[in-house]
Design a protein around this ligand. Structure first.
Ligand code: ADP
Length: 487
């Protein structure tokens, strides 16, 4: 064959290495890329194909042998240079369709690609390691921070309980609020690092939907009314009383959105709405809307909102504080629960944050009313009433808050509860907590709220918070006990 292949095929300048060889295995043409990569001048022609690919082709008497298929398939081969050094290639071996007895090898040098892919693997591994170290560090630091903050909080509450003059009480309340805020930041950082490390798991349980919303409302109503804002909450009757979901995390999203709404609304009102938007078998989509009439957010800033550490601008963070983590955590939590979060806003008019989540629907039998007595009572209450009857006690007294029987039951359950907490048996603690909650169903608002807070802390398995909330509930009960006694 004449050395005129370069004029026949427009392949001389191709970036890919191209070799043409015949039945005897003799190379008749090599383009510029092949000559340059393999370290030959024009002396590559007349070489045997097994000189370039000794692992793929064997020279035999009649020509060559190869186990490699000819076709369009890409193959990873090793090419040898003239100086016998080698490099990896990705090659395609084809037989000339005209059956001219010619074969073509088109190959790309993948040394760089392989090197880069190994480099990427190495960098990924290092980044993973660094992320792990960072997450552990963040977890340790936040844990270490939590202990002194709770120490301060505990002491401040003790001082407040002892009673102080007006000015000191004002200062102590401020310290208490600062500690609460610090705890929120610590929890946010912990959640964020867990979510980032993919170590976050949801804990779905059956819970009373409206009680959950009442708890959220109770968390914010003071601050909202202190600012002179209105607060309106609507819950669609289509949402059943009980649903199955991660109550704590739903509360967390709502708390964050309501805190922001309160923070960024100087006048007007805040509304919270919950509706059911879809039901598929035993799963349903719930949709929450938190609206405010506050400062609003510029169109350009809206996209940045859900990114971590992002605040609209520096002047806002100076004025209102915050870490810029809240909305990113909300987004990740909503997505973990199968939904998403959106924002609509107009500068100086207000913002509306909405998010969807999927929860489990309770079966009919489980959807019971808390106000119902007898047949319709919640299972824990039913069991309680049953035991009371068996012991010859009047079930009405057990339920009726503040009676000696009720107080006795409460005392017993609370002491069992705290014992379970001491032993870190959270499951048991939750069981006793459910009874405490039932026993305080008709209690004054403060007691009910304290019981709800204790329940939340138990669900969060947060020892420090549980002991603090337990103290608070106990104090309420005791002070009320005295009142009842006096009467
Ligand atoms: P931060 O803890 O800093 O509030 P977030 O992620 O919760 O973090 O919020 C990020 C930023 O989004 C806030 O700093 C604020 O600029 C803006 N933002 C959030 N909610 C509202 C709202 N309801 N009205 C106006 N701006 C808001």
């Amino acid at each position: 064959m004449e050395q005129r292949e370069d004029s026949i095929f427009p392949i001389e300048e191709a970036l890919e290495m191209i070799l043409i060889f015949d039945r005897a295995g003799e190379i008749s043409y090599a383009n510029a890329a092949a000559r340059q990569k393999l370290g030959y001048d024009n002396d590559l022609c007349k070489k045997h194909i097994s000189d370039v690919f000794p692992n793929t082709f064997r020279a035999v008497e009649k020509g060559f042998e190869s186990e490699c298929p000819f076709g369009n398939e890409l193959q990873n081969l090793v090419a040898y240079r003239k100086n016998l050094t080698c490099f990896p290639v990705e090659a395609r071996l084809v037989q000339d369709a005209a059956d001219s007895g010619r074969y073509i090898c088109m190959a790309n040098d993948i040394l760089e690609k392989e090197f880069l892919s190994r480099e990427i693997d190495r960098i990924k591994q290092e980044a993973g390691q660094a992320m792990k170290v960072k997450s552990e560090f963040v977890a340790n630091v936040t844990h270490e921070l939590r202990t002194p903050v709770n120490g301060v909080l505990g002491n401040v509450r003790e001082l407040l309980e002892r009673g102080t003059d007006g000015e000191t009480e004002k200062s102590l309340r401020l310290v208490e609020r600062c500690c609460d805020d610090m705890n929120k930041i610590i929890n946010n950082i912990l959640d964020f690092s867990k979510l980032e490390a993919g170590k976050f798991t949801l804990e779905p349980r059956r819970f009373h939907f409206r009680n959950m919303l009442d708890y959220v409302r109770a968390n914010h109503i003071n601050r909202i009314t202190e600012k002179g804002l209105g607060f309106f909450m609507t819950v669609s009757p289509q949402i059943p009383e009980y649903v199955i979901g991660d109550e704590l995390r739903i509360v967390q999203i709502l708390n964050n959105l309501l805190s922001n709404a309160q923070k960024f609304t100087p006048w007007g009102k805040i509304t919270l709405e919950a509706v059911r938007t879809a039901q598929v078998n035993d799963r349903m989509e719930l949709f929450f809307i938190v609206s405010d009439t506050g400062i609003g957010i510029d169109k350009g800033d809206r996209d940045k909102l859900f990114q971590s550490f992002s605040q609209v601008d520096a002047s806002i963070s100076r004025k209102y504080g915050g870490t810029g983590l809240g909305l990113n955590i909300c987004k990740q939590l909503a997505e973990l629960m199968g939904g998403q979060i959106e924002v609509e806003s107009e500068k100086n008019k207000g913002s509306t944050f909405s998010f969807s989540i999927w929860v489990g629907a309770c079966e009919d039998g489980e959807t019971v009313s808390q106000q119902d007595d007898g047949k319709g009572a919640a299972p824990a209450m039913a069991a309680l009433l049953h035991t009371a009857e068996e012991n010859g006690e009047n079930p009405e007294n057990i339920r009726k808050y503040g009676t000696p029987e009720n107080r006795e039951k409460l005392k017993k359950n609370l002491s069992k509860l705290i014992l379970s907490v001491e032993m870190e048996n959270w499951e048991k603690a939750e069981m006793f907590m459910e009874t405490v909650r039932q026993l305080t169903e008709e209690a004054p608002r403060e007691v009910k709220r304290a019981a709800l807070r204790l329940k939340m802390a138990i669900q969060k398995e947060n020892y420090e918070k549980v002991t603090a909330e337990f103290e608070e509930l106990n104090n309420f009960l005791q002070s009320e006990g005295d009142v009842l006694h006096d009467l």
